[in-house]
Write a protein that binds this ligand. Structure first.
Ligand SMILES: [Zn+2]
Length: 124
């Protein structure tokens, strides 16, 4: 297992100003490199923590943000199509479609939340 390279990643090394307490004391404490099939890079997720007040939030790399917005937006529509199929079809399609729709809506929320956290806690 190789160590994740973060020295040249500005998102992982920059200090940010905390939106909760106003102190320039937010550091990145965890970086996750996402891989398709264990091989193809698909962006990074960063967990940031404030040394002053303990506030924590997550941000996404630009590629991860665009990718998540794309798939998160598609998800509820596919879920609704499955629900429509289930109205006159098998009962499980209502359940699967409903869950897929709810998951997609949560995914959109989580992606937007990560982007808002990045804007509200700017690098200093
Ligand atoms: Zn803080």
């Amino acid at each position: 297992m190789s160590q994740l390279e973060t020295a040249n990643d500005p998102r992982a090394t920059r200090v940010r100003r905390c939106a909760s307490c106003g102190q320039p004391s937010v550091h990145c404490r965890e970086v996750t490199q996402h891989l398709y099939g264990g091989l193809i890079p698909s962006g990074r997720t960063y967990v940031h923590a404030c040394a002053g007040c303990g506030a924590e939030f997550e941000t996404l790399s630009p590629f991860r943000l665009v990718r998540d917005l794309f798939f998160a937006t598609i998800s509820p529509f596919v879920g609704l199509l499955v629900v429509l199929y289930g109205i006159d079809g098998p009962w499980w399609a209502l359940l699967v479609g409903g869950l897929m729709t709810l998951f997609g809506l949560y995914w959109i929320y989580a992606t937007i939340r990560a982007f808002v956290a990045q804007v509200r806690n700017p690098a200093v």
